[in-house]
Design a binder for this molecule. Structure first.
Ligand code: 26Q
Length: 829
């Protein structure tokens, strides 16, 4: 095979040496960006650099695609409605190993790499944990040389940008594409027609077989945009294929010919709204037609594309399940199940039974939530009007499922009602988790506890039907972005201490353990943490206008705002501490800085009130001379992948305080621990496994267990009793109710207070006292600096198993049965 060497002078366009990079950078500036230095803006330079790096990725992508094609490799087809990859540039430089060469090339031109990299807007194509997990997994798939195409939606507007004005969240639209995106390759020739609405026709074919034809009411075209995903220090580059909606030419043409120009334009606009905007909620809102259309739109594009790629090498469909495994990242793409059945049965004339057995071999389903309100269901009427044929297919799947259940459990009508794909208890609704489960050969939760609760609660009946399909894969995070890129000082110290290789084999962090006792190593460790804290302190000054002291304990709570995540528990403790300090300034409490960050769904009233609460308390505490040497509170606006990279490495204490049983896994918890933060946390999600890994003496545990929560709920929980019984809790809530933190507006937090005192669905009051005790333990440990540093080192050293590489290996072995495909290319390291 012909490959051009990445280092040869005649191929400077893809060369990895400083000189090639400088020459090709100038070429990109002139011939792609069409600028010359005298008038080039910083953004022009950033884009010229991005084009330059992209050429090097494409060089490898071509080798990768060629290898996968020739070897007809079995591939993962990853379906996710969300991706949060973060800025691409610095990750690409790290993967290629050319950061230093690029830095030098730019210095020679009077430019600064960090300054240009700062220009990159991040693709905010997700809400939070689920989208970021998908991005970590793509990084690990490429790094482990696993063939994968990931499909999603190219939202024109990603997650809103959060601004803080007058003490509250304001949403601004995210225009990530407005200055151009160098990381994507439009593929107008990879396009599919996607139908919506209309009706079905049931007919008999020449052989007397039942056939169904779907006659959609309108069609939209899906166009592929490819973003290369490089593996770390390997030649493999996989694809993230995002689908963008456009009008089908035929449609506006027809209307136009009839002289109805207005209608033609309106059709076009309606078609293009499908990929216009990401829904900023991290749970389903009531029946949104457009959201269902988005899901079907990308699921259908992905299934049609998978079949097209498969058909490049095969004549019949029988081998499809040998070449592809499709992973559903939650139920958002679950309609792909019905779509693949439709493509096989209606479009390709397969019989139902072989088509269904293919489908069941192909699909895997990952569940990310147990919260009943977060489980996706769609009203049958709505479903029928958007996807009439798919509803029929779901009915057919359901009938066969329920026949099987009746045969095994005769007369068990309650079981039938629970297992039916159609929920009849609150209007008729399609249950997407049940659909994804019955269509998959493997179903997994995202942490041990979560997977167990899944088997015992939401999917219990399905577990009893076929236990062998259920498994767990605990989440993981990529150490490339969250250690090497985010915390270069720590990465250097680790490499200096245990040598190279740990970034691809994170369990090797364990070699740090013996160093945890060394005074010199502890000093170096503390120095790294301190400079990360100085960096965050500067950022907090600029972005939040709060002066913070890097010597104080940095206590950090960043994640989406949610009642179950209990940011208000943190605030109540903070208020209580504030009141005590005011009462008794002599109290021996080490100075702390509380950092909060995260977005609230725009329509989630109580979550928005929690942001106001944090800001209200921050204002009072930060302006109170009597305590402000010992307490500061900062809300960092617009939490994103980009600023997360500044935040995690600077944390001393990580807040993971969700009500037990509610957080499926959490992944922030892992990012903090890997960067040497200690956790104050409940027995929830992956916290349980983190605590086991780091040792209970290195983790501040508190709170009710999931069993206890269920027990108290069953016995009748009365939050007001807890309020009455605990003077500290009462003082904190009373101060809030009296308007101490909302001067001039004593009722500002009324709704939040009412919810806590009347229902307290998430047991904030019941956990308040235990939380305070855990915080006291954290204070004591902080006062013994050497001890704290030792614990911090051990957290990093013992969390290697929370690498997404480990998680992806488990998916490969337990669920996907895919093998690495080595790509030997130019400059193969
Ligand atoms: C669904 C239907 C309609 C509109 C929106 C949605 C929707 C969108 C996003 C539902 C859920 C989400 C996101 C969920 C999420 O981020 N879950 C988190 O996933 C992480 C990765 O597994 C876990 O670590 C977290 O515990 C879990 O909360």
């Amino acid at each position: 095979m012909h490959t051009c060497r990445e280092t040869s002078p005649e191929n400077y366009r893809t060369g990895h040496d400083t000189d090639s990079i400088r020459r090709s950078f100038l070429d990109s500036l002139y011939f792609v960006q069409a600028r010359f230095p005298e008038v080039a803006t910083r953004n022009d330079y950033y884009l010229a650099l991005a084009w330059t790096v992209r050429d090097r990725l494409l060089r490898r992508w071509i080798d990768t695609a060629g290898t996968y094609y020739r070897e007809a490799s079995r591939s993962v087809c990853y379906l996710s409605a969300e991706y949060l990859p973060g800025p691409h540039l610095r990750n690409a430089l790290l993967s290629l190993g050319i950061e230093e060469a690029v830095r030098q090339a730019l210095v020679g031109l009077g430019l600064d790499l960090d300054d240009l990299a700062d220009q990159e807007p991040e693709p905010g194509l997700g809400n939070g944990g689920l989208g970021r997990l998908a991005a970590c997994y793509l990084d690990s798939l490429a790094t482990l040389e696993i063939p994968c195409i990931a499909h999603g939606i190219r939202y024109e507007f990603g997650i809103f940008e959060q601004e803080i004005r007058q003490g509250r969240q304001i949403e601004r639209t995210d225009k990530w594409l407005h200055l151009g995106n160098a990381w994507e390759i439009p593929r107008p020739e990879i396009a599919y027609d996607i139908g919506f609405g209309g009706r079905t026709e049931h007919v008999l074919d020449a052989l007397g077989r039942r056939r169904v034809r779907w006659i959609p009411e309108h069609m939209v075209k899906g166009i592929a945009y490819d973003t290369p995903i490089p593996g770390y220090r390997v030649a493999n580059v996989n694809l993230l294929r995002l689908w963008s909606a456009e009008a089908c030419e035929s449609f506006d043409f027809e209307a136009f010919n009839l002289g109805d120009y207005q209608r033609a334009v309106e059709e076009k606009i309606a078609s293009e709204t499908i990929s216009k905007v990401l829904y900023p909620n991290d749970e389903p809102a009531q029946g949104r037609r457009l959201r269902l259309a988005q899901q079907y739109f990308f699921a259908s594009c992905a299934m049609q594309d998978m079949i097209r790629i498969y058909r490049q090498r095969a004549d019949t469909m029988e081998g499809l399940a040998d070449k592809f495994v499709v992973q559903l990242n939650d139920t958002h793409p679950a309609v792909a199940v019905a779509e693949l059945m439709r493509l096989l049965v209606d479009e390709r004339g397969m019989d139902w039974a072989p088509a269904w057995s293919l489908v069941r071999r192909i699909f895997g389903y990952t569940n990310h939530t147990l919260l009943p309100e977060a489980l996706e269901t769609w009203p049958v009427d709505l479903f029928a009007s958007v996807l009439p044929r798919h509803l029929e297919i779901i009915y057919e799947i359901n009938q066969r499922l329920l026949d099987e259940v009746r045969a095994r459990w005769p007369g068990d009508d309650a079981r039938i009602a629970r297992m039916s794909l159609i929920d009849e208890t609150q209007g008729r609704r399609v249950r997407m988790a049940q659909l994804a489960t019955i269509a998959s050969h493997a179903v997994n939760g995202v942490a041990e506890l979560h997977s167990r609760l899944l088997r015992e609660s939401v999917l219990r009946d399905f577990f009893e039907l076929d236990p062998g399909r259920f498994t767990n894969v605990t989440n993981g995070v990529t150490p490339r972005r969250f250690i090497a890129l985010a915390n270069p000082g720590l990465a250097r110290l680790i490499t200096d201490t245990i040598g190279e290789g740990w970034l691809r084999d994170l369990e090797r962090l364990r070699d740090l353990e013996p160093w945890a006792e060394s005074a010199d190593f502890q000093a170096a460790w503390r120095q790294v943490k301190l400079s990360n804290k100085q960096r965050l302190a500067r950022y907090a000054g600029q972005r939040a206008g709060v002066l913070v002291d890097p010597e104080t304990l940095f206590d950090v709570h960043v994640k989406r705002l949610h009642e179950y995540k209990r940011q208000h528990l943190n605030v109540l403790h903070l208020i209580s501490r504030y009141l005590k300090l005011k009462d008794d300034p002599g109290l021996d409490l080490p100075p702390r800085t509380w950092f909060f960050g995260g977005k609230s769904a725009p329509g989630y009233h109580l979550a928005k009130q929690m942001i106001e609460l944090i800001l209200g308390v921050a204002r009072v505490v930060n302006n109170d001379r009597s305590v402000r040497e010992r307490m500061r509170v900062v809300f960092l606006p617009n939490f994103s992948v980009k600023n997360a990279e500044l935040i995690y490495p600077a944390a001393d204490l990580s807040e993971q305080i969700s009500t037990a049983g509610k957080e499926a896994s959490g992944t922030g918890n892992m990012k903090f621990a890997l960067n040497g933060a200690l956790t104050v946390g409940t027995l929830d999600g992956a916290n349980v496994e983190i605590r086991e890994a780091v040792g209970e003496e290195n983790f501040f545990l508190f709170g009710l267990t999931e069993d206890q929560v269920s027990g108290i709920r069953a016995a009748g929980y009365r939050p007001r009793d807890w309020y009455e019984a605990d003077p500290d809790l009462r003082a904190a809530l009373d101060a809030l109710a009296a308007g101490h933190f909302s001067p001039g507006n004593p009722d500002q937090f009324r709704d939040l207070l009412d919810a806590l005192l009347s229902w307290d669905t998430f047991f904030v009051l019941a956990d308040f006292a235990a939380y305070g005790r855990a915080q006291r333990q954290a204070d004591d440990a902080w006062l013994r600096a050497g001890d704290w540093t030792r614990k911090s080192i051990l957290n990093t050293a013992r969390c290697g198993r929370f690498s997404s590489d480990r998680a992806i290996r488990e998916y490969c072995e337990r669920i996907w049965q895919v093998q690495p495909v080595h790509v030997g290319a130019a400059g193969d390291p």
